[in-house]
Design a protein around this ligand. Structure first.
Ligand SMILES: [Fe+2]
Ligand SMILES: [Fe+2]
Length: 275
């Protein structure tokens, strides 16, 4: 199974630029064109939050128009820039969004692989939270899919990154402790995949050693790699991309970072162009 992850699309209204500089709708169209051509074709795509930017609900209309180009089954998740009801209203045909529960949480089975999508939104805070209700749902779902390789998808990562500015907008201590408590009980979690950081970072889940987690680059702009104490929060127009989570029997999940071009190549090892 091949699960494609896109994240932090930050779609703006027509004529507006994210951070005054980035045409995020055009960036998403480029990402979709790349993914639609990808071989092998991903079995599904999950967008791990910050789908829109402000949130102004008309941004979901632009998002919907962009996503209409996608030819692969799509699952949407909320981040701190999203609006749960606005998302539901814009995507009435996405049945998994309309469960009657407050939180945008759902289970998707992709052949033998299970994906559990978890809602870390904590409005009006930019940081995230996992309350006991959400954690109880996760625990119940993990019990229900015991024995199946499972990916947990969520917007805010369950670890500190070392980028102080963004760690200031992380998951609450209570949410992290609860997430560690639940995930350390289950042995079939292959990977926890997250967004929010606009960078590719790998770590263990804080408090649950051995449970691997990662974040992914944005389809648009990236957060500057500011590891120095007190480094200011800024964006950088580093290459955009997406993640490909490849699961195969006996090998588990391998996560590949794919960049969105154009870029030079491919060439043979002799320097010849390869079409
Ligand atoms: Fe974001
Ligand atoms: Fe975010």
């Amino acid at each position: 199974m091949l699960l494609c992850q896109i994240t932090d699309l930050h779609i703006t209204r027509p004529g507006l630029l994210a951070c005054g500089r980035v045409d995020t709708a055009q960036a998403l169209r480029r990402a979709i064109a790349t993914i639609n051509r990808w071989t092998p074709r991903p079995d599904a795509i999950i967008a791990t939050g910050d789908l829109i930017d402000t949130p102004h609900l008309s941004e979901y209309e632009v998002l919907r128009e962009c996503l209409a180009e996608l030819t692969i089954p799509l699952y949407l998740l909320v981040g701190n820039h999203d609006h749960r009801e606005g998302l539901r209203a814009a995507f009435p045909e996405h049945a998994y969004l309309h469960t009657g529960h407050e939180f945008v949480q759902y289970r998707v089975d992709l052949g033998p692989l299970t994906v559990l999508a978890l809602d870390t939104q904590d409005p009006p805070n930019a940081g995230g939270h996992l309350c006991e209700d959400r954690l109880a749902w996760l625990d119940e779902q993990l019990h229900a899919c015991a024995g199946r390789p499972t990916i947990v998808a969520m917007h805010h990562p369950p670890f500190d990154t070392g980028i102080e500015f963004m760690d200031g907008y992380g998951l609450t201590a209570q949410g992290r402790a609860g997430f560690a408590r639940v995930t350390s009980r289950h042995r079939h979690i292959e990977r926890v995949i997250c967004g929010h950081l606009h960078r590719s970072i790998q770590a263990s889940v804080e408090g649950a050693p051995g449970v691997m987690a990662s974040t992914c680059v944005s389809t648009a702009h990236q957060i500057t790699l500011g590891l120095a104490p007190g480094a200011p929060g800024t964006i950088a127009l580093e290459p955009p991309g997406f993640a490909l989570h490849l699961w195969q029997p006996g090998a588990g999940v391998r996560t590949h970072l794919a960049y969105i071009g154009p870029h030079d190549g491919p060439y043979s090892f002799d320097g010849e162009s390869v079409s």
